[in-house]
Design a protein around this ligand. Structure first.
Ligand SMILES: Nc1nc2c(ncn2[C@@H]2O[C@H](COP(=O)(O)OP(=O)(O)OP(=O)(O)O)[C@@H](O)[C@H]2O)c(=O)[nH]1
Ligand SMILES: [Mg+2]
Length: 252
């Protein structure tokens, strides 16, 4: 298996305040990024000239974070990538952004190129264009925000319309640490996920609960699928049920 060099996970655009007039410049910048131009099917590394990471990888996949504005997509990505929590005032993502992370899955270096989409309605047409290349989608709602949960069905409709049929999909109930403000029960999330046949877990970017697991589960599923070795079996639902930790149980 040949090893490729991973481009440093550099955001294609920066965040702006939710009240900023337009994110068009940033979106345009993101669209002209070489990473995007080359991205069809399995992700290819960006031009070496912009790569300042020495990390090598064997296979690469594109993962998309979707869900209402404020559910915590950016925080989830930052927690996963940097192990930090973005506390303080909420800065809404403009357009679309990405970061890379290389994980070692059963001895194979798997690069995830993780696309952080803007949840705001006004960017919806921009983000639609990226669905088609996604190998996996993490759909988030916020357990402290009922409307973000109620909107999950609409998000699923959108995903079915724009994403590839065989894309890996997982539902995440985020902000599980916020016990006092919780309005969506874990069982409601489980029920909804079961209805749509998607794996589910609650996460917290603040405590780190299940963050690594969510991305590891997706990376494992994609890796096993790409290996196409019938002797190697991986069951995403089973893996998630076995490895998942409950809110309030274990923190990180
Ligand atoms: N308590 C708690 N707060 C969180 C968590 N994740 C995110 N937040 C807070 O929720 C707010 C929104 O987080 P973001 O990650 O920026 O939300 P987003 O989904 O990226 O929003 P858009 O970019 O507008 O789509 C921020 O103020 C975060 O600090 C979490 O796990 N727990
Ligand atoms: Mg964001």
């Amino acid at each position: 298996m040949s090893r490729k060099k991973a481009a440093k996970g550099k955001a294609a655009n920066s965040k702006q305040s939710a009240g900023s007039p337009s994110g068009r410049g940033a979106v345009k910048a993101a669209r002209s990024s070489p990473s995007i131009v080359q991205m069809n099917g399995v992700v290819h590394p960006s031009r070496p000239s912009i790569s300042n990471s020495n990390e090598f990888y064997d296979i690469a996949f594109k993962v998309m974070l979707v869900g209402d504005s404020g559910v915590g997509k950016t925080c989830l990505l930052v927690r996963f990538k940097d192990g930090a929590f973005l506390a303080g005032s909420f800065i809404s993502t403009v357009g679309i952004d990405f970061r890379n992370k290389v994980m070692t899955i059963d001895g194979v270096k798997v690069k995830l190129q993780i696309w952080d989409t803007a949840g705001q309605e006004r960017f919806r047409s921009v983000t639609h264009a990226y669905y088609r290349d996604a190998h996996a989608l993490l759909l988030l709602y916020d357990v402290t925000n009922k409307s973000s949960f109620d909107n999950i069905q609409a998000w699923l409709t959108e995903i079915h319309e724009y994403a590839q049929q065989d894309a890996v999909l997982m539902l995440l109930g985020n902000k599980a640490d916020a016990t006092h403000n919780r309005v969506v029960k874990r069982e409601d999330g489980e029920k909804l996920a079961k209805e749509f046949g998607v794996p589910f877990m609650e996460t917290s970017s603040r405590s780190g609960l299940n963050v690594e697991l969510a991305f590891t589960a997706v990376a494992k599923e994609l890796k096993y699928r790409s290996m196409k070795d019938p002797s190697e079996k991986f069951k995403l639902h089973e893996y998630v049920s076995k490895e998942m930790k409950g809110a309030g149980c274990c923190g990180t």
